[in-house]
Ligand binder design. Sequence first.
Ligand SMILES: CC(C)(COP(=O)(O)OP(=O)(O)OC[C@H]1O[C@@H](n2cnc3c(N)ncnc32)[C@H](O)[C@@H]1OP(=O)(O)O)[C@@H](O)C(=O)NCCC(=O)NCCSC(=O)C[C@H](O)C(=O)O
Ligand SMILES: [Mg+2]
Length: 287
Amino acid sequence: MTIARPLRSVLYIPGSKPRALDKARGLPVDAIIFDLEDAVSLEEKEAARDTLADALSTGGYGARMKIIRINGLETPWGRADAKAAVKMGADAILLPKVSAPSDLDALPEITGDTPLWAMMETALGMLNAASIAAHPKLTGMVMGTNDLAKELQTRARPDRLPMQTGLGLCLLAAKAHGLAIIDGVYNAFKDEAGLAAECAQGRDMGFDGKTLIHPAQIDIANAAFSPSEADVDLARRQIDAFEAAEASGQGVAVVDGRIVENLHIVTARETLAKTQAIAALAAESST
Ligand SMILES: CC(C)(COP(=O)(O)OP(=O)(O)OC[C@H]1O[C@@H](n2cnc3c(N)ncnc32)[C@H](O)[C@@H]1OP(=O)(O)O)[C@@H](O)C(=O)NCCC(=O)NCCSC(=O)C[C@H](O)C(=O)O
Ligand SMILES: [Mg+2]
């Protein structure tokens, strides 16, 4: 069983905004994407790299996963960003607009053993999701639903119907290769009900968490992607019932009128492990 680190809330912070970089030290997020790409204007690209380096050398981000989104390697900044991100101690380097596994190939000579993550946000990237996910340095994927919507010329819908093919292909690819996969952002950052509904959809589809653009979105994502009390209670009862069934020589138990087999126990144990990992992260982040 893999006990993955919690990635329920993954907040983008523009590398060019010292105030937001400072504020993030006290926010209850599981991970931060320090952004050097689309949240930073062309004029600020070089300065943002220095601002971010200062913030990360000062520290204070605790146990939160630190992901740095660099500019594309075809841009004037990408290679220098990648080099700087390694020096800054990034836990992962996120490459935007990955359309094929070969887009990642030039990075490891700069980034060495630092894990790579891919922004999945082009039509070609959706079609190549399986081969991208198989890249040996890749450990995570992030859906870029704004760029994808732009390229597909879709309209935003609460059910995200136009996105479902792309979301599904990336989910399948990530799960098949054991990668983390994080859902796209919800742009209307003052619409709490809309965000909660989209988080619930993403959780039900199997995403590990949601990328966020504003601190007001954190609690909603954390709640949606945490096992609920009812989930934990059910997991415990399933484990107890299954162990009792096994002790009496049976391979199947029944809980709440539903059968419980070995495979459900794997899920139940993962639910308990996730709950513990969330509690451990909260404890580490508050020290
Ligand atoms: C959306 C914002 C521009 C709104 O900013 P602002 O008007 O300053 O918001 P508030 O006044 O409500 O802010 C209150 C305080 O919170 C801090 N803050 C705001 N945003 C963040 C943040 N992301 N991280 C940390 N702290 C944040 C403010 O500094 C205020 O602090 P204080 O003054 O001390 O009270 C703004 O939220 C923003 O810039 N968000 C990030 C936008 C971003 O990163 N966009 C790029 C990523 S999305 C994307 O590209 C996805 C993908 O590629 C795709 O294609 O889909
Ligand atoms: Mg994008």
